[in-house]
Design a protein around this ligand. Structure first.
Ligand code: GDP
Ligand code: ZN
Length: 355
């Protein structure tokens, strides 16, 4: 019988993958093991991605395998060429003990930054400094809805402008989101947020792998929030150097950190500077006539408008506009909808199909 283990890909560069295995009995996790992936994934057009749930097996030492190398990261082969083609590129020389044999079905797959199986998106909106950018925040919610990722809104820096914080909280609660107004710096509201994360990761949920990322404009307080919520993260990412690291790395390199939560559960936090501009490429091929369905508070109105082809921008008898006039849709959300719709409509068809 093969000694197969179940694990999560926590990072990957140039065809080498870090995997943390999960014990099916007690949920305990291993230190990172270094893996390569079978060449078969290339034939099947599957790229192993950070966040993937995988099955790994010990490497059979006798096999001279054709390993998977991701596009554009062919370090091994370039090195091989420059060294006279004797079969051993620099990366290829790195010994690994395990091989990724199987990638389990994905819940979702983000292209930028490349991340699989994200369950939660914590969209951080500062109440002030920088001034809240609702269009960017609403684009995040639209993308997350579209991928089936649950959005939680964190209104941060509430200490700087309590009125703005209350206004933002109201906008997103009206839209149907879970919202936490907080001050990461002063600690206000942080207990409720920590309790929420403990609840969604509690062992009783029976899920082995709950993951999430913090997204939002730069300077909104993502690093401060993550450090406050997960003190372990500071250690794992090398403390002070973390900030410069984040600046230097490209959006391609996501890393996932399994972090303990107060319920004794675990939250797999995906971190990269790339989450500030989460997969906005999605909009290049977003069908704008389906945009309304990605605004969750519009959904009950769809099909109720006077005109079947209603675009919900300014038509007479539009159920979305009526709901807004009743105070049940925030004008800022409708404004974002109209702006995204108009942006999308101006993208030519050929461009929209390119991904
Ligand atoms: P990031 O770019 O989203 O990771 O934001 P940072 O976590 O680096 O925070 C940007 C700045 O805002 C830092 O100077 C933080 O100290 C500050 N900051 C973060 N949270 C708060 C808060 O709740 N209140 C106030 N007044 N400042 C905050
Ligand atoms: Zn309408």
């Amino acid at each position: 019988m093969k000694d197969t283990k179940f694990g999560i890909i926590t990072r990957g560069v140039g065809g080498l993958y870090g995997v943390r295995t999960v014990d099916p009995e007690n949920g305990g996790i291993s230190e990172e093991v270094l893996c390569r992936a079978r060449g078969i994934f290339r034939q099947n057009h599957i790229t192993p991605t950070v966040g993937d749930e995988v099955k790994i097996e010990p490497v059979d030492g006798s096999a001279n395998e054709d390993w998977f190398v991701p596009d554009g990261e062919d370090c091994g082969r370039d090195a091989k060429k420059s060294r006279g083609g004797n079969g051993g590129g620099k990366k290829q020389d790195i010994r690994v003990d395990f091989v990724i044999d199987e990638i389990l079905p994905r819940r979702n797959l983000l292209i930028r930054p490349p991340t699989a199986n994200l369950d939660y998106l914590f969209a951080v909106i500062p109440a002030a400094s920088p001034a809240p950018d609702l269009l960017t925040a609403d684009k995040l919610t639209v993308i997350a809805e579209n991928y089936g990722i649950e959005t939680v809104i964190i209104v941060n820096k509430s200490d700087l402008d309590p009125e703005s914080s209350a206004r933002l909280t109201d906008i997103y609660r009206t839209a149907g989101y879970t919202v936490f107004p907080v001050s990461a710096e002063r600690g206000d509201g942080m207990d409720a947020l920590a309790a929420y994360i403990a609840e969604i990761t509690a062992p009783e949920t029976g899920k082995t792998h709950i993951s999430g990322a913090f997204a939002g404009v730069s300077g909104g307080g993502k690093s401060t929030l993550m450090t406050a919520l997960f003190p372990d993260l500071q250690l794992k990412t090398g403390g002070v150097s973390r900030k410069t690291e984040r600046g230097r790395h490209t959006t391609r390199h996501v890393e996932i950190y399994p972090l303990e939560t107060a319920s004794g559960g675990r939250f797999w936090l995906a971190d990269t500077p790339g989450f500030s501009m989460l997969d906005f490429t999605r909009f290049n091929f977003f069908p704008y006539d389906e945009l309304a369905a990605s605004f969750r508070e519009f959904e009950e109105c769809l099909g109720q408008c006077r005109y079947t082809k209603c675009t919900h921008r300014k038509e007479e008898g539009c159920a979305v506009i009526e709901k807004m006039n009743d105070g049940r849709i925030a004008p800022s959300r409708h404004e974002s909808y109209v702006r995204i719709y108009d942006e999308q409509r101006s993208v030519p068809e050929w461009k929209r199909r390119m991904t």
